[in-house]
Design a binder for this molecule. Sequence first.
Ligand code: HEC
Ligand code: HEC
Ligand code: HEC
Ligand code: HEC
Length: 268
Amino acid sequence: MSIMSIMSKRAVSTSFKKTASMAVVVSALALGGSIAQAGTIVGSLHDMSASGTGQGTTTETEVCVFCHTPHGSDTAAKAPLWNKKLPSAATFTLYSTLGTATLDGDEAAVGSVSLACLSCHDGSQAMDAVLNAPGSGGYNAAGAKFAGVGITAMTGSPIPMLGTDLTNDHPIGIVYGAYTGGTDTASYTAESTATINGNAQYWVNGKGSTVAGREKTDMILFTRADGKPRVECASCHDPHNGPDAGVTNVFLRINNKDSDVCLSCHVK
Ligand code: HEC
Ligand code: HEC
Ligand code: HEC
Ligand code: HEC
């Protein structure tokens, strides 16, 4: 794809984004709600349907199907009801191979919810390559494609297509704070924990939040087999939280004004 056609796609995205955020403002006002409420995935860059704006947008009218299926999902995926084949963890170069002198925590192989994000963001497969394509009889364990659409894998390195070299991205699969085993625990906000359905869940309150329970606006931590809480893509990002009144929100769990996302975890 030429630079010009990528640029024109981005330009289209921006104009759609404005429309989408205006719609949110209008509905929020109509409901008498706060305009600071979270946005919606509909019309966002994660809406790959006809109403969407990102690369891979199609004439398909369903929104969720690009990532989720109500039946026949991949249970190996650590994202719920996942509708895509996962890339192989072995293809990625980990952040820790950069060898920075400051990294304390144990970094696991790429996995958990991050592998689900990277099933598009590594640029290895088409956005409409799913397990269960829309409509009746769309399931194919070997991978299905939407009928008559033919969209391609993500482009645009190093972002949004992160590729398989993760040395230029914030560490993921990295153990959080007090669990790093290092001596630097004072540099992190203490995490919260709760047992839900017998599973230990961990999160760090979003900057400024004093709510005791887990909320979508908290930085969610994810565990692997060893049970240690780790930072993954969805710690900082909520993939559904499209453009809201704070337009700088690139699917972040909270607005990053004053670097509030970073300062939720890092004491700096
Ligand atoms: C671009 C991919 C993508 C699309 C499209 C998408 N989701 Fe998700 N969804 C995810 C991922 C990844 C997770 C796991 C995130 C996490 O663990 O916090 C998730 C988690 C969820 C969850 C559980 C956690 C939560 O945030 O409530 C629900 C419910 C959900 N999705 C519903 C939907 C619905 C409904 C749609 C369509 C309107 C949709 N999703 C579209 C990627 C997507
Ligand atoms: C089904 C494919 C797919 C999956 C899975 C997916 N994304 Fe995306 N993502 C996209 C597309 C398409 C875009 C738009 C790229 C463009 O046109 O700039 C995008 C854009 C983004 C952006 C940039 C938004 C902006 O406003 O610039 C972020 C952030 C992002 N994704 C994070 C994630 C995270 C985190 C996950 C997992 C929780 C995830 N994505 C999973 C397809 C996907
Ligand atoms: C520690 C927090 C954090 C983690 C973990 C994280 N991100 Fe992000 N990401 C951000 C922030 C903050 C931004 C916004 C940067 C900006 O405003 O320029 C962002 C931006 C992005 C963008 C859009 C970049 C742009 O400038 O257009 C994409 C795509 C993205 N992230 C995908 C991912 C994926 C996929 C993962 C996991 C492999 C991930 N992120 C992990 C914090 C994070
Ligand atoms: C969910 C919690 C969390 C959030 C949010 C977060 N970080 Fe981190 N960050 C970590 C953890 C954990 C490490 C690994 C620390 C270690 O093991 O030494 C880390 C490491 C780093 C490092 C050091 C890497 C190294 O090689 O030593 C930098 C720099 C950094 N983060 C910057 C940021 C920035 C900038 C933001 C906001 C865009 C951010 N972080 C958001 C948890 C977080």
